[in-house]
Design a protein around this ligand. Structure first.
Ligand SMILES: C[S@@+](CC[C@H](N)C(=O)[O-])C[C@H]1O[C@@H](n2cnc3c(N)ncnc32)[C@H](O)[C@@H]1O
Length: 254
C-alpha cells in the first residue's frame, strides 16, 4: 500500500484529515490524467471545499478518468459519479474554437496531443475501481447525444467540464448547468486555454441571464458557484435554457 493509500484508508475509518495528502492522490492517478500535478491538486483542493453539497459528481471529458477518480477520493466514494466521453478523442476544432485549438489539433507530434485526446474506456473503469467508488456510470459517445435526456439522480454537486471546444462546452452547460444543486461547483478546465470554451461560458451565462461571477482558482482554472437563484430575471424575449437546449441539439459534431 502506498503512503497515500494508507492515509486514505485511515480517512475512511476516522473521517477527514484536514490536509489529506493531495499530492499522493495525484501520484496514484498520474497515469490516468493529462492534467499536470499542480493543477490536479488544485482541482482536488477546490472540489474538497464543496463536499458538503449534496448530489452527484459529473465530469464531461474524462480521457482516462484520473481526475474523476481523484475527486472521488476527496468527496466520498458513496456519491454517484457520472463520467462522459466520446472515448475517441475531440471533434474537429472549428473557427470559433480559436487558433490555439486548431494548432493543437494539427500538431500531432506534440507530446500534448495524446492521439487527439482519445483513450479506451477501460482506463476510466480501472481508475474509478481503484478509487473504490461504488456508484459509477461511464457513458461513451458524443455529448450531443449522450447528454440529451440525461438526468443526474439527486442533482449535481460538482460538475467538471473538460471539453475543450465551444460546442462541447455549450452542450454540457445547456444540459447540465440546470441540474447543478444550489451551492454546487462548476469547474471549467479550458476557459483560459481555448477561446471557444470561454465564449461558450459567456454565451451560456448571458443568454440565460445568470449573473454569476466567473472565478479563477489560484491563478489556474475557471469555476462558477451556482447561487440560490441563478437567473436574475425573466425578461420578455429572453432565451432560456430550453431554447439553448434546442439550439445545442442543432450543433453537429464533425
Ligand atoms: C482534455 S481531455 C480530458 C482530460 C481529462 N479530464 C483528464 O483528467 O485527463 C478532453 C476530453 O473531452 C472529450 N470530448 C471533447 N469533446 C467531446 C464531445 N463533444 N463529446 C464527447 N467527448 C468529448 C475528448 O474525447 C477528451 O477525452
Amino acid at each position: 500500500m502506498t503512503l497515500g493509500g494508507f492515509f486514505r484508508s485511515v480517512t475512511r475509518i476516522v473521517g477527514d484529515i484536514p490536509r489529506l495528502p493531495l499530492r499522493s492522490i495525484y501520484r496514484d492517478y498520474a497515469d490516468y490524467t493529462m492534467i499536470p500535478e499542480p493543477s490536479f491538486i488544485r482541482n482536488l483542493a477546490l472540489a474538497r471545499q464543496f463536499r458538503g453539497v449534496p448530489g452527484a459528481v459529473v465530469e464531461c471529458g474524462v480521457w482516462k478518468g484520473g481526475m474523476s477518480a481523484g475527486i472521488a477520493e476527496v468527496v466520498g466514494r458513496d456519491r454517484i459519479f457520472y463520467l462522459f466521453d466520446s472515448f475517441q478523442g475531440c471533434p474537429k476544432a472549428k473557427e470559433i474554437d480559436g487558433i490555439r485549438a486548431k494548432q493543437w489539433q494539427q500538431d500531432i507530434d506534440s507530446p500534448f496531443y495524446y492521439n487527439n485526446s482519445s483513450a479506451d474506456i477501460g482506463f476510466s473503469q480501472e481508475a474509478m475501481r481503484r478509487a473504490g467508488a461504488h456508484h459509477v456510470h461511464i457513458t461513451k459517445g458524443w455529448f450531443e447525444q449522450t447528454l440529451s435526456g440525461f438526468c443526474a439522480q439527486g442533482g449535481i454537486a460538482i460538475l467538471r467540464l473538460d471539453a475543450d471546444w465551444y460546442d462541447s462546452t455549450m452542450t454540457c452547460l445547456v444540459h447540465l448547468f440546470p441540474q447543478v444543486n444550489e451551492g454546487g461547483l462548476i469547474i471549467i478546465d479550458d476557459y483560459f486555454a481555448f477561446e471557444g470554451c470561454a465564449l461558450a461560458v459567456h454565451d451560456y451565462l448571458s443568454r440565460n441571464r445568470h449573473a454569476i461571477c466567473i472565478q479563477q482558482f489560484e491563478n489556474d482554472f475557471c469555476y462558477l458557484v451556482k447561487p440560490r437563484q441563478a437567473r436574475i430575471s425573466e425578461a420578455p424575449g429572453l432565451r432560456t435554457d430550453s431554447d439553448s437546449s434546442a439550439e445545442a441539439k442543432r450543433h453537429s459534431v464533425e
